[in-house]
Design a protein around this ligand. Structure first.
Ligand SMILES: *[C@@H]1O[C@H](CO)[C@@H](O)[C@H](O)[C@H]1NC(C)=O
Ligand SMILES: *[C@@H]1O[C@H](CO)[C@@H](O)[C@H](O)[C@H]1NC(C)=O
Ligand SMILES: *[C@@H]1O[C@H](CO)[C@@H](O)[C@H](O)[C@H]1NC(C)=O
Length: 424
């Protein structure tokens, strides 16, 4: 829970000091952080942006794009939602171009790809002629249904990124590939890369037939030299894990508590930029510090997005990767491993099997996706899947979350990406 209580306490004290009657303004976003301290309802640099409260299809519609909702059932019964922006606003042909599947990361939903207005990757790609598909992980608000299980059952939450890779990624890629009858471009961010690698190392032949290329933003695979805070934070995980598992049936951020949680965070974090920034300290500690790239115009919309529900087992699996620094399956302990894998140690994902080209994109100030981890991954995969060298974002302070939310993400990254994709 990332020391939520401690930080909440600190923020509470500061908030109570800052919150005066004036904080109940309608306008919630401003051009600069200075504008936030003025009378926002009268300042013409400020306006009301409802995107934080809206659903993904509502946001897409609000920005003038066509949107479709598709459902995909996985082999193990989870019903996942895929949103689709078939073409752009400026497109005259009104015909979908090359299909690209965008896959979000840990504790998020596909909202992260459409919540920064015109800078959003989803909109940008649609306007450049791509047929944009937005995946949502099982357990997130958009992928909560199952053919047999209810999300109140323990069994529903018995998954880690392993199952997401094996079943969710497989089902989504399969669906879009069949629907469009052509190979697709897969673009994953953070855990969207972990899961894609689980998929493509488990099903190398299928992946080769369905995917043209995997583009990895901030890959999270080998966890060498991950920022000390993240690592230390997860050392207490084995003590919290059993409690969470009992309380929440394996669900991390259980819903009823979640809504309350979000209200509390809003109350604490929204009124003034100083609070917003304090609210980010813990995240910055694991992402890498970069206050300069926080976008004042969308910050209140993006700030609380990383509170999506996931499973306790996912975090446990992540903490195992951090500890072992190996990219391997879930560790059930010696006895459990013998039963499940017939070996004392969990098997490693076999990277030598990869067949589909991968384009790795990283940045220098990313404490979750480190240079040494990515270079090790680059050195562990076959030559045939790396026709391109690793691309490093040309901005020293670019951190983990800047890949989706930063102020200058278009010139710093997306322009290059679109040029790269247009040449595929
Ligand atoms: C799950 O199924 C219910 C009932 O069919 C439906 O109302 C709901 O929208 C579905 N939720 C998702 C996230 O697909
Ligand atoms: C981030 O990573 C760098 C080097 O990889 C390390 O020196 C620094 O302490 C880390 N920061 C945090 C807050 O963990
Ligand atoms: C990644 O692998 C390629 C091919 O083996 C190699 O040429 C390149 O130098 C590697 N990149 C880095 C940054 O290690």
């Amino acid at each position: 829970m990332k020391l939520q209580l401690l930080s909440a306490g600190i923020i509470l004290v500061i908030s109570l000091y800052l919150i005066k009657t004036k904080s109940k303004t309608k306008n919630n976003v401003c051009k600069t952080f200075e504008d936030y301290y003025t009378d926002r309802d009268r300042n013409e640099n400020c306006h009301y942006n409802p995107d934080g409260e809206l659903t993904v299809p509502e946001i897409i519609k609000r920005w003038g794009y066509p949107v479709e909702t598709h459902y995909v059932t996985t082999e193990d019964g989870y019903i996942l939602t895929l949103f689709r922006i078939p073409y752009g606003k400026k497109s005259t042909l009104k015909q979908p171009g090359k299909p690209v599947l965008l896959q979000h990361g840990y504790k998020a939903t596909s909202k992260c790809f459409i919540s920064t207005g015109e800078k959003s990757l989803g909109f940008l790609l649609a306007d450049h002629g791509y047929d944009v598909w937005l995946g949502n992980f099982r357990g997130s608000i958009y992928s909560r249904n199952h053919t047999q299980l209810s999300d109140t059952e323990k069994k529903f939450w018995d998954f880690s990124f392993h199952e997401i890779g094996l079943y969710d990624i497989a089902a989504k890629i399969d669906y879009v590939n069949k629907y469009r009858k052509q190979k697709i471009i897969y673009l994953g961010f953070s855990m969207g890369t972990t899961t894609a690698t689980v998929y493509s190392s488990t099903y190398p032949d299928i992946a080769e037939n369905k995917v043209k290329i995997f583009i990895y933003f901030a890959p999270f695979i080998f966890t060498n030299e991950i920022g000390s805070y993240t690592y230390k934070g997860l050392q207490i995980w084995p003590y919290i894990e059993p409690i969470l598992r009992t309380l929440g049936k394996g669900q991390l951020f259980p819903r009823p508590f979640d809504d309350l949680n979000i209200q509390l965070w809003k109350f604490l974090c929204y009124p003034y930029p100083v609070q917003m920034k304090i609210c980010q300290i813990l995240d910055m500690w694991s992402f890498g510090f970069d206050y300069e790239q926080i976008d004042p115009e969308t910050y209140p919309v993006t700030l609380l997005q990383l509170l999506e529900t996931t499973s306790v087992k996912t975090v446990t699996h992540i903490s195992q990767l951090l500890k072992s620094e190996e990219f391997q399956q879930f560790d059930y302990g010696e006895e459990g491993n013998l039963k499940k894998y017939r070996s004392e140690k969990p098997p490693q994902y076999d990277l030598s099997k990869l067949r589909v080209p991968i384009y790795l994109i990283r940045s220098d100030n990313d404490n979750l996706s480190t240079k040494s981890g990515i270079e090790r991954f680059n050195a562990s995969i076959p030559e045939r899947v790396k026709p391109y060298d690793i691309y490093v974002v040309n901005y020293k302070k670019f951190n983990h979350i800047d890949f989706v939310f930063s102020k200058d993400v278009v010139p710093l990254l997306y322009n290059h990406l679109i040029q790269f994709m247009n040449n595929l």
